[in-house]
Design a protein around this ligand. Structure first.
Ligand code: HEM
Length: 427
């Protein structure tokens, strides 16, 4: 095979509408059509031609295949579509950090921050964030109308980034704004240049605060690694930026889309409240279904073929871009019968298909060596934010028409506002 030809004709856009948007069913059907190959040609946001793994088994294979690398520098030749165009995911491909590294370099970077994401560390961080969440939700008392994005998801994202990176409370809102602007800007535009400038300043502030901080955090660990020569300046900045964007983008996306799902589906809202006896196992399973159906990252980051190879029966040239469609994998009907239904009882051990939860768990947190480091914390926060919200406001109702809601982004499909009334409206 020579050169790096584009995938076959007629790729479908991978930027799927989110579950709640018109057109979702058609997009999901294209990606999940049972007669299609498990590796499908797609167009990513920005126009990049890529291949997407759509079935869960092939997706897991792609995410653990040593013939693929996250490190664009390891491809010994031209990479499809690069370097003449810029893409929304550029930061993750080029800044030196976990998601642009593979092999020993990736393991080395991961070892530096992993102690801040162990079960014990998650328990400590989670307990502090539960208090923060109580304050955030408590501050909404007495308000007739709230905005689930600006009043809940963004403050929670700020508090979480603050805990992980040692950002002082008065700088958290600005850090969230900077992260959203940097990850949402269209690469190559003036808006993107200015957003990246502000973002770089934010990262410098985090480094400055880490220098002065007596409290250990992922930021102080990275700074120490820089001071002892384990990483360079670019990796320090790339890792801090990645942790900030990863935290803010994921929570600001999944909390509102999960809340919207609960607002629209009585059985989901009931399950998050006191439904079915409100047992913790049941409500946790409801959250898990929300995460399956609302993956904040609709596809994983780019992987590149190191050499010509055959993947899932498809011959690919060196330098092909491969992603995993988290959304399509999570909607696989063989793993999730009636996949669009939120069914927490899928986890019920009494059910015949209960084993599927372990063998075919959803891919919203990825899989393999790059499995989300913040998965336990993210799960817990989404669960506590949504259960806390619907228990505090059992009569919460959507205060905007569905087609009046604006979704932004491609890989991330984020709502900028989600207004809701806290009391049932009287007619
Ligand atoms: C519900 C919330 C979250 C979801 C659904 C989520 C999802 C993901 C996914 C899909 C990946 C893998 C990307 C890939 O393979 O290309 C990932 C990686 C990662 N996530 Fe999360 N994430 C969430 C929250 C967080 C939080 C709160 C943090 C905390 C800082 C975090 C830190 C990370 C890191 C460090 C990685 C890179 C791991 C590696 O490359 O070794 N995530 N996340």
């Amino acid at each position: 095979m020579t050169g790096a030809p584009s995938p076959a004709q007629g790729p479908v856009p991978l930027a799927c509408p989110a579950l709640h948007e018109r057109g979702f069913t058609a997009a999901a059907r294209r990606l999940t059509a049972p007669d299609g190959p498990a590796l499908r040609p797609v167009t990513l946001g920005g126009g990049l031609r890529a291949w997407a793994a759509t079935g869960p088994a092939v997706a897991r294979g792609v995410l653990t295949d040593p013939r693929l690398t996250n490190d664009i520098g390891e491809v010994g030749g031209p990479v499809q579509g690069f370097p003449d165009r810029r893409y929304p995911e550029d930061f993750f491909a080029h800044a030196p950090q976990l998601l642009s590294a593979s092999g020993e370099r990736h393991r080395g970077l991961r070892r530096i921050v992993a102690p801040y994401f162990t079960a014990a560390a998650t328990e400590r961080t989670g307990a502090r964030l539960r208090d923060a969440l109580d304050r955030i939700i408590g501050s909404l008392a007495g308000r007739g109308r709230i905005d689930i994005v600006t009043d809940l998801a963004l403050p929670l994202a700020g508090a979480t980034a603050g805990e992980i990176l040692g950002i002082v409370p008065e700088r958290r809102d600005a850090a969230v704004t900077a992260a959203l602007a940097a990850s949402g800007a269209v690469p190559g535009t003036e808006e993107a240049r200015s957003a990246h400038h502000v973002f770089a300043q934010t990262v410098l502030h985090i480094i400055g605060a880490a220098r002065r901080s007596p409290d250990p955090s992922a930021a102080t660990a990275l700074l120490h690694a820089r001071q002892t020569g384990r990483i360079g300046n670019a990796e320090l900045a790339g890792m801090l930026g990645m942790l900030l964007i990863g935290t803010v983008d994921s929570l600001s996306t999944v909390v509102p889309s999960g809340a919207l799902m609960a607002l629209r589906r009585p059985e989901v809202r009931h399950g998050l409240g006191t439904g079915h006896g409100g047992g913790p196992a049941y409500t946790t399973a409801v959250t898990e279904e929300i995460l399956r159906l609302n993956p904040p990252f609709q596809h994983t980051g780019w992987r590149f073929t190191r050499d010509d190879c055959v993947l899932a029966g498809i011959p690919l040239p060196r330098g092909a871009v491969v992603v995993t469609s988290v959304l399509a994998a999570n909607l696989d009907p063989a793993a999730w019968p009636d996949p669009l239904r939120a069914d927490p009882l899928r986890a019920d051990p009494a059910r015949a298909d209960a084993h599927r939860r372990t063998v075919a768990g959803h891919l919203s947190f990825g899989h393999g060596p790059h499995y989300c480091l913040g998965a336990a914390l993210g799960r817990r926060l989404v669960h506590e934010a949504l259960t806390g919200l619907f228990r505090r406001f059992p009569g919460l109702s959507l205060a905007a028409p569905l087609d009046g809601l604006t979704w932004h982004g491609t890989c991330l499909r984020r709502l900028d506002r989600l207004p809701a009334d806290t009391c049932p409206r009287t007619l």
